[in-house]
Design a protein around this ligand. Structure first.
Ligand SMILES: Nc1nc(=O)c2c([nH]1)NC[C@@H]1CN(c3ccc(C(=O)N[C@@H](CCC(=O)O)C(=O)O)cc3)CN21
Ligand SMILES: CC(C)C(=O)C(=O)O
Ligand SMILES: [Mg+2]
Length: 272
């Protein structure tokens, strides 16, 4: 009997909530394409994030700002086609939700309708309250994102750790509380002190997913190309490398080039 997609128990926001309550940590990685999504889903990753980091990792831009809503939908639809079990969250790109809740709702609905993703992620707190409220009212699950928010990099100028000062830490706590009250199903905390992240995870009921936020949160997220070692240059302290695919891929491709040049490839068995 063939295995249908519907035979696999899918991850839901409800299950993620249960995982927090049971103390089971949530695993999350980025994915931008079908092939990678297939591997990550089969390996048991709970949440796949179609991150706007695709702007850096896929397109080679310096920041996440240039990626468009159409491009995010293209990546997200590819990821969704590779997934059986994981919950797929799609980053709303810069300019698609800030400051105009009608446009935010339209953007979120386009993402859900055209990609088949299961929820969206927006960067910010009180400033984007109306946008989050409108999107949630349409029945679209929303993940928050506080701390280091790369879409506002030009406001800060650096990627240094956030919320080290008491005032900024208090604003982050207030924002996290607000996101929960609005109805967000989870929050990403990026590059903040572990003690503050721990306090947020303990105070809030919804799952808190960290990247550079220490161990005392409800789950972890990394950019998959970073943790697989495909990226060579990006090595912040929060990153753990689980493979050196850069070396493996370089070696394989060098061997291919050598075999083509030497006429070793293709041989008789590889020809008709
Ligand atoms: N490949 C990739 N991985 C990511 O984790 C990622 C992206 N791209 N693009 C979007 C955002 C940007 N992110 C970042 C960017 C820089 C640092 C960082 O720590 N940079 C420096 C330190 C900078 C400073 O202290 O001023 C480093 O140590 O590498 C962390 C997260 C996380 N996201
Ligand atoms: C780093 C994660 C949280 C993200 O937002 C992204 O990959 O775009
Ligand atoms: Mg992002």
């Amino acid at each position: 009997m063939s295995v249908h997609k519907s035979d696999v128990k899918k991850v839901t926001t409800h299950q993620l909530q249960n995982m927090k309550e049971r103390g089971e940590k949530i695993s999350m990685l980025t994915a931008y394409d079908f092939s990678m999504a297939t591997i990550l889903d089969a390996a048991g990753v709970d949440v796949l994030l179609v991150g706007d980091s695709a702007s850096n990792v896929m397109a080679g831009h310096e920041t996440t700002l240039p990626i468009t809503l159409d491009q995010m939908i293209y990546h997200a639809s590819s990821v969704v086609r590779g997934v059986n079990r994981a919950f797929v969250v799609v980053d709303m790109p810069f300019g698609s939700y800030q400051g105009n809740s009608s446009e935010a709702l339209r953007s979120a609905i386009r993402i859900m309708k055209e990609s088949g993703g299961h929820g969206v992620k927006l960067e910010g707190g009180a400033e984007i309250k109306e946008s989050i409220t409108r999107i949630l009212s349409a029945g679209v699950p929303v993940m928050g994102h506080l701390g280091l928010t790369p879409q506002s990099i030009y406001k800060f100028g650096t990627y240094t750790v956030r919320a080290k000062e008491e005032a900024e830490a208090q604003k982050l706590l207030d924002d996290a509380q607000l996101l929960q009250e609005l109805g967000c199903f989870a929050i990403v905390l990026e590059k903040i002190p572990s003690a503050l992240a721990k306090r947020v995870a303990e105070t809030l009921q919804i799952p808190i997913i960290g990247i550079g936020a220490g161990p005392d949160v409800d789950g972890q997220v990394l950019v998959v190309h970073d943790m697989l070692g495909i990226n060579k240059e990006f090595k912040p302290r929060f990153l753990r490398r689980y493979a050196d695919l850069h070396s493996i891929m370089t070696g394989a491709v060098q061997n291919y080039v050598k075999d083509v040049k030497s006429k070793d490839f293709p041989n008789e068995k590889e020809a008709y």
